[in-house]
Ligand binder design. Structure first.
Ligand SMILES: *[C@@H]1O[C@H](CO)[C@@H](O)[C@H](O)[C@H]1NC(C)=O
Ligand SMILES: *[C@@H]1O[C@H](CO)[C@@H](O)[C@H](O)[C@H]1NC(C)=O
Ligand SMILES: *[C@@H]1O[C@H](CO)[C@@H](O)[C@H](O)[C@H]1NC(C)=O
Ligand SMILES: *[C@@H]1O[C@H](CO)[C@@H](O)[C@H](O)[C@H]1NC(C)=O
Ligand SMILES: *[C@@H]1O[C@H](CO)[C@@H](O)[C@H](O)[C@H]1NC(C)=O
Length: 520
């Protein structure tokens, strides 16, 4: 197997001919190669990882188009395929020859490729890394060369990481904790102000699920398991970044089933000016990337690959935070991949959060791709503090039970000023609590008497390729209405045009709603 540097070198040579630079990453040795697919990008081999129910591949490219050759290893021919997001139109330009599909990308994208008869392949093409730090030097705290972490993965690296983080924190000034290629079982990492954590390509941080190596921060009642905020920010911190092309592995199946101790994997908690850019997070055994009680948070190029057969493994949950952007992100999880939530001081997971409960507002999800058995993009269910100004835009639901939702199930607070704009719902399957539909905006009385209103919901320019088998909802309850819902330019594949009435949108459950209008 070639080292990252060698691939890059080989490639830089080729780059003079094509203009394109490709960075392919050596697989981390603990992960197995997909038996279903192989991949080349402009002729450079890109490893494809086997995972539970799908395969994924990750590489970066820049300065030109890239032609991908996806080969189905177990088939002699491919009869049909789809490439999500369909709005990119790649289905139309891709070419099949025997058992391979060739498709050209003008710029980095995250894709879900489904060829008939085999599992999905997730193809995560990132832009080239910028600001790659050196592995040593002033302000660099290398966990291996300076702090003695064992890159083989055979023993705990907790002490080395914590010492590196402490030293970086003492210096501050944008100091970087540098993680070279390797496998690192680590305990809690608490990042202080003005420190970045850099995960080099082919590095993997592993959650061990041994409760004696972690703080117990909460007990999740619904799972009856204790858990921790595994990688988090220090209370009251600022200017923290987690970046690179490595992997954060929450080891979720093992954690739920064997270790019996779970993690919220990456938790920007009570921090401001936080950036997450680039790493893969995989196998969440509980909520995975969870900005909480924080402000000015940017999540960019996150790739959250969770299992489709493990419960409560939400991918990105933004909680009680303000001024948050989640962009260019793919999230795959049985439970909700993209959602916003608020709690109160007594909620199980929230009891040890610093400070007091906060409202959530000004959160934007942009250019995101979702695949789940639950809701693709959702406000809720917890609305114990106000939720406002939540935007979902330019994003795609590859497959879900419910495409787009506002589900006010817990709490008395209001959810208002919510927008779904330039969205696509491609496929729907199964059902969530009896619903299989493109849109569900509704209040449910989760506990007796505990209800709150939803108002000002805008649904604009949505492409509905599958509407689902149950009614769409815009529905309140006695005492908590859903009001002021505006729908504009909602296009249905089965109509081959924009729908002009609520009935044409399958919105037939509208009790306790007011001013629900179709515009345009
Ligand atoms: C894709 O790669 C396979 C295996 O390397 C090769 O046989 C096939 O011809 C390639 N297809 C295209 C379209 O380049
Ligand atoms: C859990 O961690 C403790 C403390 O490091 C260690 O003594 C124990 O052997 C570990 N348990 C397992 C099952 O690895
Ligand atoms: C959770 O941790 C507490 C102590 O912090 C312990 O008493 C309890 O048994 C643990 N519960 C489970 C389900 O592991
Ligand atoms: C962090 O918590 C403190 C109270 O403990 C609060 O004053 C501050 O606003 C919080 N920071 C953020 C970014 O929410
Ligand atoms: C809506 O209200 C009507 C009249 O009160 C009732 O018959 C019907 O069951 C309600 N529908 C739903 C879905 O709650």
């Amino acid at each position: 197997m070639r080292a990252v540097g060698q691939v890059l070198t080989t490639f830089l040579c080729a780059a003079y001919a094509t203009g394109t630079i490709i960075q392919s990453y050596n697989p981390v040795p603990i992960y197995t190669e997909s038996g279903y697919f192989s991949l080349q990008a402009n002729g450079v081999r890109v490893p494809v990882h086997a995972f539970d129910g799908y395969a994924y591949a990750h590489f970066s490219f820049g300065d030109g188009p890239v032609t991908l050759n996806i080969t189905s290893k177990q088939q002699t021919s491919i009869s049909s395929f789809s490439i999500s997001p369909t709005r990119l139109g790649l289905d139309k330009t891709a070419v099949i020859s025997a058992n391979s599909i060739s498709v050209t990308l003008a710029k980095p994208e995250y894709l879900i490729i489904h060829s008939s008869g085999v599992e999905e392949l997730i193809l995560a093409a990132d832009p080239l890394e910028t600001n790659v730090p050196p592995s040593s030097g002033t302000g660099i705290f290398n966990v291996v060369s300076q702090y003695g972490a064992d890159a083989s993965g055979t023993k705990s690296s907790t002490t080395a990481f914590q010492n590196a983080i402490r030293a970086a924190g003492a210096r501050g000034q944008g100091s970087i904790v540098y993680v070279p290629p390797g496998v690192y079982p680590v305990g809690n990492l608490v990042l202080p102000s003005d420190v970045s954590l850099y995960l080099a390509p082919s590095s993997s941080l592993r959650f061990t699920a041994n409760s004696s190596e972690y703080t117990t921060d909460w007990k999740k009642t619904s799972q009856n398991l204790n858990g921790t905020e595994w990688i988090r920010t220090a209370p009251g911190s600022r200017n923290i970044k987690i970046f690179g092309r490595g992997t954060i592995d929450a080891n979720g199946k093992y954690a739920q089933q064997t270790g019996k101790f779970i993690a919220h994997a990456v938790v920007p908690l009570n921090t401001t000016n936080f950036v997450f850019d680039g790493p893969v997070i995989r196998d969440g055994g509980s909520w995975t990337l969870v900005p909480t009680r924080s402000s000015y948070v940017t999540i960019n190029h996150a790739k959250v690959f969770n299992r489709m057969n493990l419960g409560e493994n939400d991918a990105v949950d933004v909680q009680e935070s303000q001024h948050v952007v989640v962009k260019n992100t793919v999230a795959i999880s049985l439970d909700d991949p993209f959602s916003t939530k608020t709690w109160d001081a007594t909620t199980d997971i929230a009891v040890s959060y610093p400070g007091v409960p906060q409202p959530i507002y000004d959160v934007t999800f942009s250019n995101c791709l979702a695949w789940t058995h639950c809701y693709g993009f959702k406000v809720g269910q917890g609305t114990l503090q106000e939720q406002a100004k939540i935007r979902f835009e330019d994003s795609t639901v590859y497959d879900a039970a419910v495409g787009l939702g506002v589900h006010h199930k817990w709490g008395y607070a209001t959810a208002e000023d919510i927008q779904f704009k330039n969205m696509a719902v491609e496929k729907l399957h199964g059902n969530n609590d009896g619903h299989q539909t493109w849109l569900a905006v509704f209040v449910q009385e989760g506990h007796p008497g505990e209800i709150g209103t939803i108002s000002r919901v805008n649904v604009e320019n949505v492409r509905v390729l599958t509407r689902g088998t149950t009614a769409a909802l815009v529905q309140g309850v006695d005492g908590a209405l859903v009001s002021n819902v505006e729908l504009r330019d909602v296009w249905f594949q089965d109509l081959e045009r924009v729908a002009t009435t609520l009935a044409e949108m399958s919105i037939t459950q509208t009790n306790f709603s007011s001013n629900v209008v179709v515009k345009g």
